[in-house]
Design a protein around this ligand. Sequence first.
Ligand SMILES: Nc1ncnc2c1ncn2[C@@H]1O[C@H](COP(=O)(O)OP(=O)(O)OP(=O)(O)O)[C@@H](O)[C@H]1O
Length: 311
Amino acid sequence: MTIVAPAIEARQLSKRIGKNTLLAPLDLTVPRGAILAVIGANGAGKSTLIKLLLNMWEPTTGEATVLGIPSTSLRGAALQRIGYVSEKQEMPEWMTVGALMDHLRPMYPVWNDRDLLDELQLPLDRRIKHLSRGMRMKAALASVLAFKPELLMLDEPFTGLDTAIRTELVKALLGRAHVENSGDATTIVISSHDLDEMESFATHVAFLHEGELLFAEPIEKLLTRCREVTVRFGQVTAERSIPTLAEGCIAAEASGAMLRFVDMKVNVDDHEGAIRALMPDVVDVQSEPMSLRSIFLALNQESRANDRSRV
Ligand SMILES: Nc1ncnc2c1ncn2[C@@H]1O[C@H](COP(=O)(O)OP(=O)(O)OP(=O)(O)O)[C@@H](O)[C@H]1O
């Protein structure tokens, strides 16, 4: 049996420019066929990570393999296996969409744009400089999906696009990710601020905060281990109980007898029962599942509070 390398494997990968740490050393494994959502606030390091993995930037420390190839050796034929589309994609503005496809076709061993151009309803005879933002992104995506890449790296592909176009793009992507033979599935790494969209189709999520990778794991695991808790005490003791919260409980807010917090380390089925056992004077406990968006907001709230307490 042949062992296939993960789509991406990074060890202690980091980037510093001058005195700025764009990315602190991180470890990351992306299995083949995964759809990894890379999320984080503006400036968190999402584009930096993608640039390091694609050999657009040299790492300061560490190393990565991409489709089993050291990232720093990625060039030529290896790049025919990887599609990259960025929000700031440069394109030959003077070409029509059809001319762009004709130009790219001979560069790849495999090329099939016919279904894609129909599916994405791209006007072949229109110049790229005259395309709307959404059409432009569709053309960029078509130009990489046509060569059936094993790995797709997308840097904020949905920014500024309306819901209908986003839905079309996601459909085109998922058509390549969910194929009968999972060995043929395209692995997708996608950085985005559109967390609802990401939750609807990502299989894995990596969260970057100020250049640090806080976690990278299957999305189901994340959604299972994070719950939003509301507790009501018999007396007005909510504020006093904040320091007693277990490790992994973040974004705590007290108001009168009410306490709200997010537990990031839930590992029991009966979470409400576990909280009652820890806080015997509570009258009422609610533990609710969370969306990716609410987990993201809680993590940001916590880091802002930590930044303030450091000042
Ligand atoms: N060439 C550079 N030299 C120095 N610092 C840089 C350079 N490019 C980016 N940075 C800084 O590195 C940090 C990470 O930038 P990066 O573009 O990776 O963030 P991002 O998560 O993709 O942000 P956004 O969501 O806004 O696109 C930011 O603080 C940015 O200002």
